[in-house]
Ligand binder design. Sequence first.
Ligand SMILES: [Zn+2]
Length: 224
Amino acid sequence: MEFGVAESGIPLVAWKGLAREERFLYFMGGVHGDEPEGRDLMIDLLDCWLKNDLGVPVVIIPEFNPDGLIKKTRVNARGVDLNRNMPTKRWGAPLTPSPGETDMTRYFAGAEPGSEPETRAFIRLIEKYPPCAIVSAHSWRPQVNYDGPGREVAEILARFNRYPVTTDIGYPTPGSLGEYAGRERQIPTVTLELPEKIDRKEAWDIHRPAFEEILNWAKKTVLQ
Ligand SMILES: [Zn+2]
């Protein structure tokens, strides 16, 4: 299903499972175009789950930032960091660089909150198909970071990948998905930071059982 169009005209594509439910488990990748590890993991997940009857309504968005993925840039085609552009209360608050970061243009939050086509399309999507939890795969320093009531989902992932569970990545992220969905809307939201350049098959082998466990968690808890 297309849920929007990026600046270049490339459609934003989400795969949605069973539609009769009211809440959906979201898996996303490719928010930052220079972090292909998360996109690859979500494509492998989609390949696997397409063939199965999951019993849980799922939305998978492997390439949230298709323009950035093509250009291998963190930002979208308009130079905006989509993980700083969500219209949150703290949007646009001064950013402190992450350790070792020199180029702050990589974190540009946009001309105004929710200014980007990808951001607006995502907000429309979650209003139509509300998430019961969101897992968004990135790559940086390996960790399972959560916002809002995301601890249980984060701990499931950490049980399999052994990355530390964190509530703070060390610097503020105003306008992030975690802030918008997790903190402000109390949707369990997990940012999975894979190790940079992790072998694709290794990442899939580690996370496949974790994702299945998250399905089971959703069946037992939030989708009751
Ligand atoms: Zn990222």
